[in-house]
Design a binder for this molecule. Structure first.
Ligand code: WT7
Length: 666
């Protein structure tokens, strides 16, 4: 897979392989065959409200039934099932009590060191209820915001479900984010508590979490914060702040395991999840209880065709939306058995995923292209970690998420993991969409490698130009969704204006959802293929990063940096890589000095944002390419980052000589 950018683009353009669903995949599938898919689409088109109302009644338990399905009176602030009431945790746990599911394993937890624990639905309900009582005892209740900064594990899921149970709004922060990122999120959310662990275990290493929480709070401004609850994941010592910090054991002491779920309105914010946008400040994406949960459950059934005997494994961390919808909520709402994994795919070796699939008889496996690509590399260089060493015959369906999957990786996944038997669902969605929006259905959709194929029923996806006009198949444009859907983002926490501006452009009428991705539909089937972000957002290993965020972090190093511009460039394994062009106050460094400063800046970015944001390339210049009016010409920087010759028009450039200097690597 060398020189992938050119060859990948080439192979996508000529991609014409089609994989029809086998008779076996169609057999008994929830949506079996394209006619069944089409019938659902037709139903949604004919009676949009009726379609969603039917599903919301069938899939969820409402403590107070809704009478209104969709309220568009204040578009784009859409409301769904507005006068209905329910509880998300009750819909994931209590609903199974008294059914055969109650004694079924809800979570198979595999720790970093390979230790396995099983938790049944009944046990999970009791743990969630006890933890919910512990939260209440801390004075936490409906409407409060709680930060969850936890490792992957049962406790993280319990924390999220417990918040939902008492109507508190959780905001999970990925354990790889820095003290500063955590501080900003505590302040923006106005959080009253942080739930964390003393350490997290990843790849045999013990990494501090609680110490980062302390540092984050010490940065100041967390005026609403009262409590820090600490799960002692390891016996190692940590610093306890008396009066503020409590261990889980202390908080749970004396708490019973009966905690009636608090009914909330369907629009009550279930969670806020921060994600990167095109400015320096992350957006707090707010999701509503009813519509979100409906979609989490429905997509488990549609996209994954989940069945009682399945063992589902989504490898995403609960710190991302994928870990919310397809770990913390969807599988539980569907009554499925799922694997939750604490560690990393390469420890103790790069066969870990395949070994775990064999061990737990995983039947539905859902991961990211970046993981697949890195495991291909590992398998190609070391026979011992090649998937052929494990029995993968339990697999039934494979999934991909987070970034476009290149056809080479798709084919490898299909052959070496799916043994040419398992459909691959390439699920396109976003933090903002709450769940899948464009994806194949395993028992219906003919698959084309590299294409997320067709929208789910009721999702009115289209490709348009800047004015909102539909484009024909074959023409690249902007991906939009023309009608609201239940699990869509409700607003940006604390910033409704930014919500409108970011997602509902005036030029398109102000009510159409703009995804921020470019896409094209195939000439023959009308299949969607995502071509990548059209804003200043990068996708590195399936993680979303704003170029402006990284630029702000770099220029915050005021003793060193005068100016910085960040762009993405294609990368074989991570999809995109961060490339930073930096002007130093002291002039342009070369040789060893340049290497050393580049490293210093990388570590600085890791501290400001998190290790995932570290620039892979850092190039130094005396200046940046600018127009005469002082605007940085990023398209030129993108070409330089890729190592391309500059063929674009540079006549508006103030300082053309700078291009050659920036093209030199350190
Ligand atoms: C961005 C959203 C979806 C949950 C994880 C990421 C890219 C996501 C695909 C896919 C092509 C994809 C898009 C999107 N993306 N899935 N199957 N094919 N691109 O959520 O962090 O909100 O990122 O990820 O660019 O806009 P996120």
């Amino acid at each position: 897979m060398s020189s992938s950018s050119a060859s990948t683009i080439q192979s996508v353009l000529v991609e014409n392989r089609v994989f029809e669903p086998s008779a076996q995949a169609q057999q008994g599938a929830r949506v079996s065959g394209m006619a069944a898919y089409q019938a659902l689409c037709d139903e949604a088109a004919k009676d949009f409200d009726g379609f969603w109302a039917r599903h919301a009644r069938e899939h969820l338990n409402w403590t107070k039934p809704f009478s209104r399905t969709l309220d568009e009176s204040n578009a784009p602030f859409y409301k769904w099932f507005d006068d209905g009431e329910l509880n998300a945790s009750a819909n994931c746990l209590d609903r199974h009590i008294g059914t055969p599911v109650e004694n079924k394993t809800a979570i198979v937890f595999e720790a970093d060191d390979g230790t396995v624990t099983h938790v049944t639905y009944k046990e999970l309900l009791s743990r969630v209820s006890r933890f919910a009582n512990a939260l209440k005892a801390q004075g936490i209740g409906k409407g409060d915001r709680v930060i969850v900064y936890m490792p992957m594990g049962v406790e993280g899921v319990v924390a999220m479900q417990a918040c939902a149970r008492i109507g508190a709004t959780h905001s999970v922060v990925f354990g790889g984010f820095s003290a500063k990122a955590l501080n900003e999120r505590i302040i923006d959310a106005g959080a009253v508590a942080v739930i964390t662990a003393n350490y997290q275990l990843r790849g045999g290493k013990e990494l501090p979490l609680k110490a980062i929480v302390d540092d984050g709070i010490a940065l100041g401004g967390c005026t609403t914060l009262k409590t820090v609850l600490v799960y002692e994941r390891t016996p190692s010592a940590w610093n306890k702040v008396e009066g503020r910090d409590k261990t889980f054991a202390e908080a749970l002491q004396g708490q019973g395991d009966d905690c009636p779920p608090v009914a909330v309105g369907a629009e009550h914010p279930l969670f806020i999840l921060y994600t990167s946008g095109s400015t320096g400040k992350p957006k707090g994406v707010q999701h509503a209880t009813g519509g979100y949960l409906l979609w989490a459950k429905m997509t488990m059934e549609w996209t994954f065709d989940i069945r009682p005997e399945d063992v589902f494994w989504c490898t995403a961390d609960i710190g991302w939306i994928t870990g919310h919808t397809y770990v913390a909520y969807g599988p539980l709402a569907a009554g499925a058995t799922q694997v939750v994994f604490e560690g990393i795919p390469t420890y103790p070796n790069a066969g870990r995923f395949w070994q775990m699939i064999e061990k737990h008889k995983v039947s539905i496996f859902y991961t990211a292209p970046t993981a697949i690509r890195s495991l291909i590399k590992a398998a190609e260089s070391d026979e011992k970690v090649h998937p052929k060493n494990w029995d993968l015959s339990s697999l039934r369906i494979l999934g991909s998420v987070g970034e476009p999957i290149n056809p080479e990786a798709w084919m490898w996944y299909h052959r070496n993991i799916g043994h040419e038997r398992c459909p691959i669902v390439d699920t396109f969605w976003q933090t903002e969409t709450g769940g899948h929006v464009i994806t194949p259905l395993p028992g219906a959709t003919p698959l084309v490698p590299g294409s997320c194929t067709l929208p789910l029923p009721g999702i009115m996806a289209a490709i348009v130009d800047e004015t909102g006009k539909d484009l024909p198949n074959g023409a690249g444009g902007m991906l939009v969704i023309k009608r609201p859907w239940p699990s869509m983002i409700r607003t940006i926490w604390n910033d409704p204006e930014r919500f409108k501006k970011s997602y509902f452009p005036e030029e398109m009428g102000g009510t159409i959802y703009l995804a921020g991705d470019g896409a094209v539909r195939s000439e023959d089937r009308g299949y969607f293929r995502i071509t990548g972000r059209i804003d200043d957002v990068l996708n590195v290993s399936g993680h979303r990063l704003g170029t402006m965020e990284i630029e702000s972090a770099l220029v915050a190093k005021t003793d060193l940096v005068a100016e910085a511009a960040v762009v993405g460039r294609p990368d074989d394994v991570t999809g995109e890589a961060v490339c930073a062009f930096v002007v130093l106050k002291r002039g342009r460094p070369t040789g060893e000095e340049a290497k050393q400063i580049a490293n210093e800046l990388r570590n600085w970015v890791a501290k400001e944002i998190g290790p995932i944001a570290k620039p892979k390339d850092i190039r130094f210049g005396d200046n940046l390419p600018k127009t005469r009016s002082g605007k940085i010409m990023r398209r030129l920087l993108r070409s330089i980052a890729k190592g391309e010759a500059i063929t674009q028009d540079t006549s508006t450039l103030e300082n053309p000589a700078i291009l050659e200097q920036l093209a030199q690597t350190n």
